[in-house]
Design a protein around this ligand. Structure first.
Ligand code: C2E
Ligand code: CA
Ligand code: CA
Ligand code: CA
Length: 278
């Protein structure tokens, strides 16, 4: 697929041949990444804009291969096309649920846990069974689990995807539309999708303070969320001014470097203890 090749090209060098070779190498190494314990999760807090409190966290996958940290934007597309995203994604989901339980046990705070799920996983016939198994084995409260699905991928294979998302929500698990604003969802489509939250892509947030147009689009997306009774979260918030504008616009939640970069689980536990219970 073109987009993946372009990504590989930009990172690894000039020729298509080199890029293809790199991809193959990543695919091969990725097959052993799980059993060699090379994968881990970083967590980024999600902040309630009216209270300023941490109310959730997004799990972000990290791959340490031979003393190098390979960025998810590089290896996830490869994992998707090779199919290894299916076992890796199940591992991520289980790990994230265990972590949420551990935080709750250690700090008394019941965070919502957001996990990225690619459409390749949703299309896997074993997806719902694996979700049930993980919820059962970890004791995760389904209502505190949220699957983030990218807007652009939600548009392929519409009917099958909707059925899977309905099965997800029948379990009480929430669904967020990730990278919202970068796809081409029609209003009608958005209204029909079984989702709970819109996650405004960081490309809009990054420009909203200097571009009237971006500010207007963010305002529009917040309004759409309100109209459709969906929660709205902004990602990529880096500056206090963005935080203030989002609050004024009535955006519910935010996530970004301003509050906290993705970090290790012990650090999140510390932040939770600092903010205290209640
Ligand atoms: P995403 O889901 O849109 O995740 C947000 C990305 O923005 C993360 O990059 C995060 O570290 C970064 N970010 C957070 N706050 C800020 C900010 O204030 N400014 C800027 N410039 N960036 C910020 P990361 O961790 O490199 O992940 C990249 C992408 O890889 C994710 O984009 C997601 O699509 C994918 N990904 C990560 N983990 C998983 C996973 O477990 N499964 C799947 N399927 N995809 C994953
Ligand atoms: Ca995400
Ligand atoms: Ca994004
Ligand atoms: Ca993304």
């Amino acid at each position: 697929c073109k987009a993946d090749h372009r990504g590989a090209l930009a990172i690894f060098g000039e020729t298509l041949e080199q890029a293809l070779h790199q991809r193959l190498q990543i695919a091969t190494r990725l097959r052993y990444a799980l059993e060699r314990n090379e994968l881990s999760l970083s967590y980024q807090p999600q902040i309630c804009l009216s209270s300023g409190r941490i109310i959730g966290a997004e799990a972000l996958l990290r791959w340490h291969n031979e003393d190098r940290l390979i960025p998810p934007d590089t290896f996830i597309p490869v994992a998707e096309s090779s199919g290894s995203i299916v076992p890796i994604g199940a591992w991520v989901l289980e790990q994230a649920c265990r972590q949420q339980r551990a935080w709750q046990r250690d700090t008394g705070q019941a965070l919502r846990m957001a996990v990225n799920v690619s459409v390749r996983q949703l299309k896997d016939p074993g997806f719902i069974d694996s979700l049930d198994r993980i919820i059962g084995q970890t004791g995760m409260t389904p209502g505190l689990l949220e699957l983030e699905i990218t807007e652009s991928t939600m548009m392929e294979d519409h009917q099958a995807l909707i059925a899977t998302l309905q099965a997800v929500r029948a379990r009480g698990v929430q669904v967020a539309m990730d990278d919202f604003g970068t796809g081409y969802s029609s209003m009608k489509y958005l209204q029909e999708l079984p989702i709970d939250r819109l996650k405004i892509d960081r490309s809009f947030i990054g420009h909203m303070t200097e571009s009237e147009q971006d500010l207007g689009l963010v305002e529009l997306m917040v309004k759409m969320g309100q109209l459709l009774r969906l929660g709205v979260i902004a990602e990529g918030v880096e500056h206090p001014r963005e935080n203030d504008l989002l609050r004024q616009l009535g955006c519910d939640e935010a996530q970004g470097y301003l509050y906290q970069k993705p970090t290790h689980p012990e650090h999140i536990a510390l932040l939770l203890r600092e903010q205290g219970e209640s």
